[in-house]
Design a protein around this ligand. Sequence first.
Ligand code: NDP
Ligand code: 8X3
Length: 245
Amino acid sequence: MSGATSGIGKATAELLAQNNFRLILTGRRKDRLEALSNTLSNQTEVYTTSFDIRDKEAVFKAIKELPAEWKQIDVLINNAGNAHGLGPIHEGNVEDWDAMIDINVKGLLYLTKAITPSMIERESGHVVNIGSIAGKEVYPNGNVYCASKHAVDAINNGMRMDFNPYGIKVTAINPGLVETEFSLVRFKGDEQRADNVYKGFDALQAADIADTILYVVTRPAHVNISDMVVFPTAQAASTMVHKNN
Ligand code: NDP
Ligand code: 8X3
């Protein structure tokens, strides 16, 4: 799984460990990967490898160097990703655009390319892509983040077609507002602005999406959940959240 150091990825690692999945956990922050591995290793076997998903050589090297007992990956969870900035396109920051396209789209592709050929050989496997409601709708100032998640939506659908002859499942999970470090990253460490996003309603928690991921990866062999949108009850669309204040 990519992006295991916080939010949805970390909660998913915790839940999958409780359910006896052996876990390969990745992310850039090695200290967090080590801490998580230490916590989970009394429940399951954990292997960690740290790389920046934008760095394609590092991605391919990390997967190539997996020890023999970790080479067979049955489930790939493409979760790493973030929004960087929120503003009109004419004021957009080019580095933010690069980050979103390079991480959310190209990084997902690199990891998929590194891992899925062995699924194709075995004619077995499951790829779970974490998209977003931002991949189904566009909202004001979301422009490039929405574009990156629309790309994930298209890649998810294309992957399902390309893997169809090989019996490989492909699932997209598209959450609405989930209270993680996501907004802290989007607003470049501005805690107050990030906290405001989740004020006045019960936002989804990372554990809610972990629960959804556990559900999709534990269906019987003949059942593929192809595409899910998961909102907090208070949310009806990207731009429609019923708040108390
Ligand atoms: P977090 O910021 O809490 O987690 C993001 C994860 O992605 C971290 O583990 C981070 O690890 C990893 N990551 C980011 N950049 C890189 C990189 N360059 N290389 C490797 N790993 C990277 O956010 P969430 O848990 O909310 O986000 C997880 C996914 O869910 C993302 O794809 C996001 O777009 C999606 N999503 C989130 C929603 C929300 O409201 N929170 C709603 C819809 C979708 P590290 O920094 O250690 O590298
Ligand atoms: C995260 C949800 O609405 O901030 O993908 O884009 S949103």
